[in-house]
Ligand binder design. Structure first.
Ligand SMILES: [Ca+2]
Ligand SMILES: [Ca+2]
Length: 212
């Protein structure tokens, strides 16, 4: 059963966008919709480099950074995936990160200070950027030397005009919600909550029932 009460088609969204644009023209922070499909960027993160590695990707505030990491790396204790070894918990840059885990952060400069904001850890991440800057990756540098291998990371940076955690592209093409309204049907639940709920339901259905 579809939860969404209002299915807004793309044409209507474009009309609404035009109206919204007229209504708040002159406002300094008028959000702009980017309906085009975001580009995926593939890069490799080395396991034996303890420093933050540049991805060459610039992030703006409000964009969604989707990151999928795959592959393996090892240290003298074992071989791990991007999620690391959850039994070796370390306090890393204020995060309780699994040892050897892939870490991602956005770093940006002001006039005199370097501000580092660690945004996530793990093998699949979807976060909304709270600041702008370069996207950097690192393994967990708190492990002893001797790590080797690399992990392939696929990054998609997608604009999110209403900052509800769903990209403009996904709202228009998948969820049929309004990319300028974080609660398109006005029922008090944000679009990303409703999308996550629907995804979970679809996943449940795809799992075959246990044998009798
Ligand atoms: Ca959105
Ligand atoms: Ca809603």
């Amino acid at each position: 059963m579809m939860k969404f009460k209002s299915k807004i088609n793309s044409e209507l969204i474009l009309s609404l966008t035009a109206l919204a644009g007229l209504g708040i023209a002159g406002c300094r922070t008028t959000p702009v919709i980017h309906p085009e499909k975001p580009i995926e960027i593939v890069l490799f993160v080395q396991a034996d480099k303890p420093r933050w590695q540049k991805s060459g990707i610039m992030i703006k505030r409000g964009q969604i950074v989707h990151c999928i990491a795959e592959g393996k790396w090892s240290d003298r204790n074992g071989t791990y995936g991007p999620e690391g070894n959850p039994e070796l918990l370390k306090d890393h840059l204020g995060l309780s990160a699994p040892a050897n885990a892939l870490l991602m952060k956005i770093d940006y400069h002001t006039n005199t200070y370097l501000l580092a904001q660690v945004v996530c850890v793990g093998k699949e991440i979807n976060v909304t950027a709270l600041g702008k800057g370069r996207l950097l990756f690192a393994n967990n540098a708190s492990l002893p030397l001797g790590q080797r291998g690399e992990i392939k990371v696929t990054v998609t940076v997608a604009p999110d005009a209403d900052e509800d955690g769903l990209s403009d592209y996904d709202e228009i093409t998948i969820w049929k919600t309004n990319p300028l309204n974080s609660d398109s049907d006005g029922d008090g639940f944000f679009d990303n909550q409703e999308a996550a709920e629907q995804k979970a339901r679809l996943k449940e259905k795809s799992v075959p029932p246990p044998p009798p």
